[in-house]
Design a protein around this ligand. Structure first.
Ligand SMILES: C[S@@+](CC[C@H](N)C(=O)[O-])C[C@H]1O[C@@H](n2cnc3c(N)ncnc32)[C@H](O)[C@@H]1O
Length: 345
């Protein structure tokens, strides 16, 4: 592994376009600490491609069946800096295992994959992934730093309830990843494909729809960037999913017959993201409403479905005066005044 370099500016991976103004660190707290590693204060600080609509669907697929019959491990192929992996790691139940496979700073197995890596993830490192992940969780998942072609030798057959395929977007690799997923999923398991329809990666579309046509994969639903499918009982899953979608006012959905089966289309542009796992570097709101206190190092806690309540901020001074002070004065002066009010209260 090489040393830790500057962090990545995603290039060709365009499912979530970023302008150069958005590159890397939205605020200072997300920037690398003195050792060059990132210290994200929230999931949104971690660079990646994982939209609210897909966060909602991951949440639904990973939580709607909690009985033992549907227990199983989690697997992600392609993690980059950990955005979706950190989210997924919150859904691990006792006794289950989470495996993440990525090349990170290892060489790619062939020249096309190598060019893809150079173009899109040039300075990606495993240590940056680890620093991000450990900002939200106490332990790393099982890491496989290798091409995804090795995954069937590292994960038990029929052990996974959920597989997220988001590694190489080249046809041959995705085709292999689909075969691996079919082998590693439990009978009722769900597989998710990223970028299944994007112009810059036609190989994903070809491999995914090829598996629908010839390898028994049933697509359940699609969002703007991901396709969700199963080799299990699609009818039951689809019915349950439609029931849940019917309760969501922030998601549009419609059903269309595709390749002999109903496919649910979901427009998630107005999706309200579910609660995120919390970073141990997060700043707690101070009494004046400004985020200024880092939380204790042990406090990182996943909160997949029910966020921990934030303690109410302590108040001082009259509400009218507080509002006036907040609206009119620069933040530093505001804080000094609030501290004075508090002492006097
Ligand atoms: C699109 S990024 C993953 C994004 C991540 N899932 C997220 O949502 O933030 C693709 C990742 O796949 C990895 N990758 C590319 N080719 C690979 C291969 N052949 N085997 C394993 N990982 C690969 C890259 O290193 C990169 O981190």
């Amino acid at each position: 592994m090489t040393g830790v370099a500057a962090f990545v500016v995603p290039g060709e991976k365009t499912s979530m376009p970023q302008t150069s103004a958005q590159v890397q660190f939205p605020d200072r707290s997300a920037a690398p600490a003195g050792n060059g590693l990132p210290r994200p204060t929230r999931l949104d600080d971690v660079k990646g491609w994982f939209r609210p609509v897909d966060q909602l669907l991951f949440d639904w697929f990973l939580t709607h069946r909690r009985d033992r019959e549907h227990a199983g491990d989690l697997l992600e192929l392609g993690a980059y800096l950990g955005k979706s992996a950190i989210f997924l790691g919150s859904y691990l139940r006792p006794g289950e295992e989470f495996t993440v496979c990525d090349l990170w700073d290892s060489p790619a197995p062939d020249s096309s994959n190598s060019a893809e890596m150079d173009r899109s993830y040039a300075t990606l490192t495993r240590r940056a992934f680890e620093a991000n992940y450990l900002s939200f969780h106490d332990e790393l998942p099982s890491l496989v730093q290798a091409p995804t072609s090795v995954i069937t030798s590292r994960v038990r057959p029929a052990s996974c309830r959920f597989v997220h395929i988001d590694a190489s977007h080249l046809y041959e690799h995705v085709h292999g990843d689909i075969q691996a997923a079919e082998r590693l999923l439990t009978p009722e398991g769900v597989v998710v494909f990223d970028d299944f329809r994007a112009e810059h990666c036609p190989g994903v579309a070809a491999a995914v729809w090829g598996a629908v046509a010839t390898a028994g994969l049933t697509p359940l639903c699609i969002t703007g960037t991901k396709l969700y499918g199963t080799w299990g009982d699609a009818e039951q899953l689809r019915g349950e999913l439609l029931g849940w979608l019917g309760t969501r006012t922030d998601l549009w959905h419609g059903v269309e017959e595709v390749a002999g089966a109903p496919l649910i289309r979901i427009d998630g542009r107005k999706a309200q993201a579910p609660s995120h796992p919390r970073s141990r570097h997060r700043a707690e709101p101070a009494a004046d409403g400004q985020a200024d206190r880092p939380s204790p190092a042990t406090a990182a806690s996943p909160a997949p479905t029910s966020p921990a309540p934030t303690p109410p901020a302590r108040r001082s001074g009259s509400p009218g005066l507080r509002r006036l002070v907040r609206d009119l004065l620069p933040p530093l002066l505001t804080r000094a005044l609030v501290r004075t009010f508090r002492r006097l209260a």
